[in-house]
Design a protein around this ligand. Structure first.
Ligand code: FE2
Length: 688
């Protein structure tokens, strides 16, 4: 689809960008000289299509409330062939950020851009790339990343990504970076209050004005607070370099708004408050700092967000789909629409969803569940079969949910018997998503999803007697965080559609879990039917601490089942991460490994019923993932770096831990997808 100039103006207006139109190349007419200090957050580009891309910068001024910069877009880095030249307004009301949608560009083309103020002070030069046409048969390369906590770590992963991309052949270079959320962590620690957490040094990312606090975490309650965090994060040089090298396509996860928040409810450390104005503020700051095609509500201005006025009112009523039936809530969660599609050549149809703005009430936290079992005695484990009942609510078992839940000898009334089934997407977004999936004509239909979808399972029913204080009655444990790993009903609805509509090339890329996973999208696992309809990947965090780091710091006297998670090996400074083996192979493998440290012997007693959906897991990995799509293959490479506690001073970002590739041939309708695994470098650990 090629937009006419008039269509293009309407598109720019809807998303709140100024616009520029590409034309005949001429030499630069500005007196640009680089003055990076006046553009402290650098430059960025976002959401490319075959003819246009959004370009971004921030140029703060001491006085006035509106200034004009000149944007130049060129075909060469020296700006001898400038194809677009436009005024780029910066407003105090948008925290001095600027977005320009540049149209009339050539598909699959590298461009260079820069901003210049009235005095000739210039931004750094950015590089961006337009999308290929929808019929372009060439391979598609992109990276997916998530969870860049710079309060507690460094972005050596971006340095590595840049280093390798600069040296790659043009056909192998990344077209864009898919950012799957936690671009910021709104919960900020201050180094003068807390020096370290786990292995991490607390780095300064700013002080939040008028914020809230829980423990050592300060969090924003106003747009100024969120802006402070974005500026603190964008001071990171590796993040700036990455944004200046590739267009980013982004969706928020939880931390762009609130740690445990959902819809417009702000929640941190378990304490919640009505947060309609906080959700609008979070959306405004995201819109200001991440250039995207996301549509903002109301306000015709291209130059600033004009957030709708809302009151912070407690939501007391929920509709039959779990949507908070309160007018301010509806205005707040619709003030910026994150879900969207993105076509990139013949082979990639990317469908991006929002996992937090429409998420229904949590079905797993009713107080009565504590009467069912002494969960602490089981290390917090909870039986999967009961969790499935809670997830399904009134729709469980074809609309016949059990009246009671039983565990051992204990019984409680089913607290979700009359509740709607759990939803992450909400009814409206889910209908949209299914429609997009059905109608995508790309070879690969990739679900860009901030949350993991693979079940994280444990099989304590196979533990030898005596290891637990009380024996586990029966059945598997589902240890997934609250994501699609325990959203059986909703993901089943989606996967059944994929199966019934005979959709091939379905794959999920996600983040949030701070760990690497490769496997299969399946509604159920044994003893249910294992029926993979697609592939599913989770990328490790760029920097945020993961489960293994937390477990290493758990006091031994409060960790009776430690050997299932970590095993000390003579002569080794750090314990082996048996948790990866626990999730993929089961308790028998881990207990064998703890005795013999022999991976082959341990794998020989793997439980085939536990995780047929997992080919690989590393709950301690950091880094990024690279995807290559062709007409007959999806290749996903995990590039894993050591725990990024300090910034590497090496140009390549430091050493690698491992590089592992999972490849699947495109399958025919009705056929099962199958991954093959290849370790290219290093040791990927016990979850292979
Ligand atoms: Fe995260």
């Amino acid at each position: 689809m090629t937009l006419s100039r008039r269509d293009f103006i309407q598109v720019a207006a809807a998303m709140g960008a100024s616009l520029a139109w590409g034309g005949r190349a001429r030499a630069s007419a500005t007196n640009w000289r680089e003055a990076r200090s006046l553009y402290p957050e650098g430059v960025a580009s976002g959401d490319p299509d075959p003819n246009s891309v959004i370009l971004w910068t921030r140029r703060p001024y001491d006085s006035g409330d509106r200034h004009l910069l000149t944007l130049e877009v060129a075909e060469d880095e020296a700006f001898h062939r400038v194809v677009a030249n436009a005024a780029a307004p910066v407003l105090a009301a948008a925290d001095w950020t600027s977005r320009v949608l540049v149209g009339g560009l050539k598909p699959a083309h590298v461009y260079w851009y820069r901003f210049t103020d009235a005095d000739g002070n210039g931004s750094r030069i950015g590089r961006t790339i337009t999308a290929p046409r929808p019929n372009d048969p060439r391979p598609v390369n992109f990276a997916f990343v998530s969870c860049q906590d710079v309060n507690e770590g460094k972005l050596n992963a971006y340095r590595r990504m840049i280093f390798e991309d600069e040296r790659a052949a043009p056909a192998d270079q990344l077209g864009f970076v898919l950012h799957l959320g936690d671009f910021i962590y709104e919960v900020v620690e201050y180094p003068e209050e807390v020096k370290s957490r786990y292995d991490r040094t607390i780095y300064d990312v700013g002080r939040i004005p008028d914020g809230g606090q829980v423990g050592h975490f300060h969090f924003p309650l106003t747009v100024e607070g969120y802006r402070t965090v974005y500026k603190g994060y964008l001071a990171d040089p590796d993040l700036q370099d990455a944004r200046a090298r590739w267009p980013f396509v982004a969706i928020w996860d939880n931390h762009e708004f609130s740690w445990q928040g959902w819809q417009s409810i702000q929640q941190a450390g378990g304490k919640s408050r009505p947060g309609q104005s906080i959700k609008v503020a979070a959306n405004q700051a995201w819109w200001e700092y991440l250039p995207s095609r996301c549509k903002k509500a109301g306000g015709a201005s291209w130059e600033h967000f004009e957030g709708p006025a809302v009151a912070n009112v407690e939501i007391k009523k929920w509709d039959e789909n779990g949507l908070g039936d309160e007018p301010n809530n509806l205005i707040a969660i619709n003030s910026l629409k994150g879900y969207r599609t993105f076509r990139y050549g013949k082979h990639l149809g990317l469908i991006i969803t929002d996992q937090h703005s429409f998420h229904g009430p949590d079905p797993f936290s009713d107080d009565s569940l504590n009467k069912l079992g002494d969960w602490a005695a089981f290390d917090g484990w909870f039986p999967e079969d009961l969790q499935q009942v809670l997830d399904g609510g009134r729709a469980f078992n074809g609309g016949n949910p059990p009246a009671e839940l039983a565990f051992g000898d204990a019984r409680i009334p089913n607290p979700q018997k009359d509740a709607p089934p759990q939803t992450i997407l909400g009814a409206e977004q889910k209908a949209w998503f299914k429609d997009q999936l059905k109608h995508s004509t790309a070879t690969w239909k990739i679900w860009g999803n901030s949350q993991g979808t693979l079940d994280e399972r444990i099989d304590p029913q196979n533990l030898p007697a005596g290891l637990l204080a009380k024996p586990w009655p029966a059945g598997f444990v589902n240890a997934s965080p609250n994501d699609y790993g325990c959203a059986w009903m909703e993901r089943g609805e989606i996967y059944d559609l994929v199966r019934d509509a005979k959709i091939t090339g379905f794959a999920i890329v996600s983040g949030d879990r701070h760990s690497f996973w490769a496997g299969y999208a399946t509604s159920q696992l044994p003893p249910g039917k294992f029926e993979p309809v697609g592939l599913s990947f989770v990328g490790g965090s760029l920097s945020s601490a993961g489960a293994m780091e937390a477990l290493e710091h758990r006091p031994r006297d409060k960790f009776p089942l430690r050997q299932l998670y970590l095993v000390d090996r003579a002569g080794s400074a750090k314990p082996d991460w048996t948790y990866n083996m626990l999730v993929k192979h089961g308790v028998r493998s881990v207990l064998e490994y703890a005795k013999s440290f022999d991976r082959e012997r341990a794998r020989a007693v793997s439980n085939p019923e536990l995780s047929p959906h997992i080919e690989f897991v590393d709950a301690g990995g950091h880094g990024y993932a690279k995807v290559r799509l062709t007409g007959d293959e999806m290749r996903t490479e995990f590039v894993c770096i050591p725990r990024p506690v300090t910034r590497s001073d090496r140009p390549d970002g430091g050493p690698l831990r491992y590089r592992i590739v999972h490849t699947a041939r495109l399958w025919s309708p009705g056929e099962r997808p199958k991954l093959t695994q290849q370790v290219l470098e290093g040791d990927p650990g016990l979850g292979a």
